[in-house]
Design a protein around this ligand. Structure first.
Ligand SMILES: Cc1ncc(COP(=O)(O)O)c(C=O)c1O
Length: 420
């Protein structure tokens, strides 16, 4: 059943030179390679069309058109209007603009209350902490269940008269777990509270429609969907009142000052276009309208992810899935191999590039806060391995990585000096 990657009908795109000769890349949630088609879309704005889009002369025309096009492409991906897209310098900045922008728009931020949840990315958690420390804003952290999901009843119970914003991520970066955003946003809306979702990991990987979901603010990050790092966008529903974090020349409807990075904006637009095409193809295939054998985008990733999971389960005595089996990003697999430290395992398999979620602080390893918030004990959290597949992952990659990971894990389990 071993497939030759170069001949595999399931290899959606030609092999990527940037990945050749390195370890097997299973860390797409950390960052994605830039798609060559995205590079092509941005180069003219580095090489030729250098003008400032706000200038009054002819050099501004092509950059201004590029910005407008990119805004349309991004809006199209998430069901927004182009005027509701604000370019930022990445996902963290978009989250900061959403949270600080909404809270600092209030006459007295020390009387404001924000609700978020325990498995958010640090870009949200640390911004909440900064709002509390610097402005006295009250923050409530909703718990998650063992699968990593928030209970909408908990949100309903946490909203008070002072609540100005709820921020819950669309998909978790470590587990891929999807939150019930539609249900949560509906509760916020009914109570007159703004709703923000950090969709840095979700945008382009699953269908998103801001109107259907009922969100007011939504974060995107370029380098999670095959555009470069350092570019992101915040969807700001028309009529939503937020204040800028970066003040200045009034660009981006006054919400984000600074001459726009036209090349990176064009890149994000092109990446959004490619993602939208992938999602549309997947939708057709799901309706069985596509030609037989169609295996594009999310379906392909889901198949590869599940193949990886199955091969590891077949070879190892105990593999626990961290997260929700079904409500999960198609390309994310977070597992704990019982008795094997994730860090030791990755060190033993340098031929596979993946992540654990744990963090080293001066000689001590802290387990992933996401997994401990889900109620997993320290051993299970330290055993975690995040394997994320993407556009250039092949069947052969998955088969080889599974064999190498399983072999190394069995060797670690057999070590005579093993604890316990
Ligand atoms: C869920 C989530 N939010 C925000 C970010 C931050 O995005 P950026 O690296 O573009 O600032 C990331 C990136 O790791 C992420 O996974």
């Amino acid at each position: 059943m071993s497939a030759d990657a170069s001949a595999s009908p399931t290899t959606a795109t030609p092999p990527l030179p940037a990945l050749a000769g390195g370890p097997i890349y299973l860390d797409y949630n950390s960052t994605t390679p830039v798609d060559p088609r995205v590079v092509d879309a941005m180069l003219p704005y580095l090489k030729t069309h250098f003008g400032n889009p706000s200038s009054g002369h002819a050099f501004s025309h092509a950059p201004r058109r590029a910005l407008a096009r990119a805004r349309e492409q991004i809006a199209q991906l998430i069901g927004a209007r182009p005027g509701e897209v604000v370019f930022t310098g990445g996902g963290s900045e978009a989250n900061t603009l959403a949270l600080c922008g909404a809270v600092l728009a209030r006459p007295d931020p020390s009387r404001a209350h924000v609700i978020t949840q325990v498995t958010e990315h640090p870009a949200v958690l640390e911004t909440c902490r900064a709002l509390r420390d610097r402005h006295g804003t009250e923050v409530t952290y909703l718990p998650v269940d063992a699968t990593g999901r928030v209970d909408p009843h908990d949100l309903a119970a946490a909203i008070t008269k002072r609540t100005v914003l709820v921020s819950v991520m669309a998909a978790n970066n470590e587990t891929g777990v999807l939150q019930p955003i539609g249900a949560l946003a509906r509760i916020a809306r009914e109570r007159g509270v703004l709703f923000h979702t950090d969709a840095a990991q979700a945008a382009g990987k699953i269908p998103i429609d801001v109107s259907g979901l009922g969100v007011d603010l939504l974060t995107m990050a370029g380098h999670k969907l095959y555009a470069p790092k350092g570019i992101g966008a915040l969807y700001v529903r028309a009529g939503t009142h937020i204040v800028p974090v970066i003040a200045g020349g009034g660009q981006e409807r006054g919400l984000r000052a600074g001459t726009e990075n036209v090349a990176l904006a064009a890149a994000l637009g092109a990446a959004a276009d490619l993602a939208a095409a992938d999602l549309a193809a997947a939708e057709l295939a799901a309706q069985e309208l596509a030609h037989a054998g169609a295996d594009g985008g999310p379906q392909r990733l889901r198949r590869l992810r599940d193949l990886l999971h199955r091969l590891l389960r077949e070879r190892l005595p105990r593999v626990d899935l961290n997260g929700h089996d079904a409500e999960r990003l198609p390309g994310t697999l977070n597992i704990s191999i019982a008795g094997v430290s994730g860090d030791d395992l990755l060190a033993a398999v340098p031929t596979v590039a993946a992540a654990t979620g744990s963090a080293c602080h001066t000689g001590r390893t802290d387990p992933s806060p996401v997994l401990t918030a889900m109620g997993h004990d320290r051993d299970r959290a330290l055993a975690a391995l995040r394997l994320s597949v993407g556009r250039w992952t092949t069947d052969r990659d998955v088969e080889t990585a599974a064999a190498q990971i399983a072999e190394a894990a069995l060797a670690l389990l057999a070590r005579p000096d093993r604890d316990g």
